[in-house]
Design a binder for this molecule. Structure first.
Ligand SMILES: NC(=O)CC[C@H](N)C(=O)O
Length: 307
């Protein structure tokens, strides 16, 4: 198993790539992040954690939340119903693209990892009000991370809510075609809170471990999600988890992973580890440039690719 000093060495190496990246600022509150930050935690199935960097930093999930919301709606509604509203194919387009919504099967988003598909998924979170739906999602996140303290950043949620014009357009397009039928402002309220759920890389690594263990929490022995749901989520991580860089990521790194524009990456090495990384310097596709470098170093050194 890796040592802390070795991990610290990898972090130092990966940090040198921060200068080639840029912090996301289209959500103004995210623009405050320091591009040179980089933290990582690796959770193993026997409960040990190895971490490096500032592991007390809390960062918002952004698109990483899409995989968790997907798991929840699959549990709530089952595969058949969910995949009537959202597809299973990668797009090769940026995550916020609207293009394929018109080209392929009117308005059915191609997959749940692009924004259009994620909005359709968030729409399916059950509950009587936005608050009740958000609390259900939050409870699920807390259970996955084994941390009842996890909450969301009001500042980041508000900042995205006030500026999410493109996501609103996607919602109206989906509503016109009957994929969603709720009030767009309510859905945006729920979605922006979902994306603003915040945690440390240690919490994130523990969530990764649950996916790695096929939905079972190795510490409580509870099956938090059915094996099939964990399998579907991991498959999406491989095919669409890193947006339109998923192919290259699969070849170079080969670990099921999901990224977010906050610079987070959740990775699950099947049967072995959960990995959580935060490094806000992003490449032009919106993936953490330092985070990917770090995963590449780990994958190459320890042969972690699943392929
Ligand atoms: N790629 C991302 O992390 C995108 C999430 C972000 N909240 C958005 O919808 O734009």
């Amino acid at each position: 198993m890796y040592s802390k000093s070795e991990l610290e060495q990898f972090v130092k190496q990966a940090k040198q790539y921060a200068r080639y990246g840029k912090v996301a600022d289209y959500i103004p509150a995210l623009g405050k992040a320091n591009p040179n930050d980089l933290s990582i935690a690796i959770y193993t199935r026997d409960g040990s954690v190895i971490a490096a960097g500032d592991t007390t930093d809390k960062v918002t999930l952004q698109s990483i939340s899409k995989i968790i919301a997907l798991a929840l709606v699959l549990i709530d509604h089952g595969e058949k119903e969910v995949f009537q509203k959202v597809g299973m194919e990668p797009t090769g387009d940026p995550f916020h693209s609207i293009a394929k919504l018109e080209e392929v099967q009117p308005a059915k988003p191609l997959n749940p990892m692009i924004n259009a598909g994620a909005l359709a998924v968030t729409h399916m979170i059950s509950g009587a009000s936005v608050n009740e739906r958000f609390q259900r999602l939050l409870q699920f996140v807390r259970k996955l991370a084994g941390n009842p303290e996890i909450s969301y950043s009001k500042e980041v949620a508000k900042s995205e809510f006030e500026t999410a014009f493109l996501n609103r357009s996607l919602c109206y397009f989906l509503k016109q075609h009957g994929i969603i039928n709720e009030d767009v402002e309510e859905l945006m309220d729920l979605y922006t809170k979902q994306c603003a759920i915040e945690m440390t890389c240690i919490d994130l690594a523990r969530i990764g471990l649950v996916f790695a263990m096929d939905g079972r929490d190795p510490f409580t022995d509870e099956q938090i999600m059915p094996l099939d749901v964990a399998r579907i989520c991991k498959t999406f991580m491989v095919t669409c988890g890193m947006y339109n860089a998923s192919g290259e990521f699969a070849i170079k790194i080969g670990i099921p992973a999901k990224s977010g524009v906050s610079g987070g990456i959740l990775a699950a090495v099947p049967g072995r580890f959960g990995i959580g990384i935060f490094g806000p310097a992003l490449d032009d596709k919106g993936n953490s440039i330092t985070g990917m470098k770090l995963l590449e170093l780990l994958s190459k050194t320890y042969s972690l690719s699943i392929f």
